[in-house]
Design a protein. Structure first.
Length: 287
């Protein structure tokens, strides 16, 4: 499943894929889309809109999974540039795991003028790469602090003052790094001994806990502490169904992209239900 959300002040960005990448900008207070555009190029004209990030100047970064690049747009939808080199490997060929080359990027995050890109449908040493705002290639993160270790197809990230959190999906853990890129620790999100964890999204709450969307053997949205202990299960009781991504605004409100990427719900800072921001299925039906 592709798509993602990011929020900056009163502007929320939602990405979605049909046969092209789609980007929606939503006023979170009025709860209405204020802009929309599509992208896609190449011989087949196809594009995947994966995860998204917005920086302080409202520049938007979208992971184009099919195109194996990160696309940069203004808040008005003007294409600025793209960065990251595509692998373009032949079907069945072994991937060349190289810095600056994006193999199936799925998620993107930004903090302090650095853009983080989570890549891969397999285990990669360079599964989380870093770029400057201008696209300059920086050194990648090292899984578990080991240059030879591999990320397991990470599907989600968040970055902020509390560090960088990577939902390391196939490894079944969330990895935490400092903002300088130093590995801190990892924790599993499985419930119970022998459980299978498949985290696909993570959001730091700034209070020693994080929200994690897990698609393991007990799928759902969970608030966990930094040791991986489940503090609270949020799915079901708040009407959250099939969550795929998370975001948090400056006021501490949490945005949940659920229904496999078709709806955005907002929670108060204490994680009680607030409002439905957008039902994309209804919006597209009415257009």
């Amino acid at each position: 499943m592709y798509g993602g959300i990011a929020v900056a002040r009163n502007l929320l960005c939602l990405t979605y894929t049909t046969d092209r990448g789609r980007v929606f900008l939503v006023d979170v207070e009025d709860k209405r889309p204020v802009d929309f555009w599509e992208f896609g190029d190449g011989a087949d004209g196809y594009a995947d809109a994966g995860g998204v990030a917005i920086d302080e100047s409202f520049t938007i970064y979208v992971a184009d999974t099919h195109g194996e690049r990160v696309r940069r747009f203004t808040a008005f939808g003007k294409a600025l540039s793209s960065f990251g080199q595509p692998h373009r490997r032949a079907p069945g060929a072994v991937s060349r795991d190289r810095t600056g080359f994006l193999d199936r990027p799925h998620a993107v995050a930004e903090h302090d003028e650095v853009v983080y890109v989570a890549c891969g449908d397999q285990h990669l040493r360079r599964g989380v790469q870093r770029f400057s705002y201008t696209g300059e290639v920086l050194s990648p993160l090292h899984a578990f602090g080991d240059p030879e270790a591999r990320f397991g197809a990470p599907r989600g990230m968040c970055a902020g003052p509390g560090g960088i959190f990577v939902a390391d999906t196939l490894n079944g853990v969330v990895q935490r790094f400092t903002s300088a890129g130093r590995f801190v620790h990892e924790f599993a999100t499985a419930r119970g001994v022998g459980g299978i964890s498949r985290p696909i999204a993570v959001q730091d709450l700034g209070d020693g806990t994080v929200l994690v969307v897990d698609q393991g053997d007990q799928p759902g949205l969970y608030r966990v502490d930094l040791n991986g202990r489940v503090v609270e299960a949020l799915s079901g009781t708040r009407g959250i169904v099939d969550a795929v991504d998370l975001a948090r605004d400056d006021a501490g409100r949490v945005y949940v992209l659920d229904r496999d990427g078709e709806r955005v719900q907002r929670l108060h800072p204490d994680l009680t239900p607030d409002t439905e921001v957008l039902d994309l299925a209804e919006y597209l039906h009415d257009r």
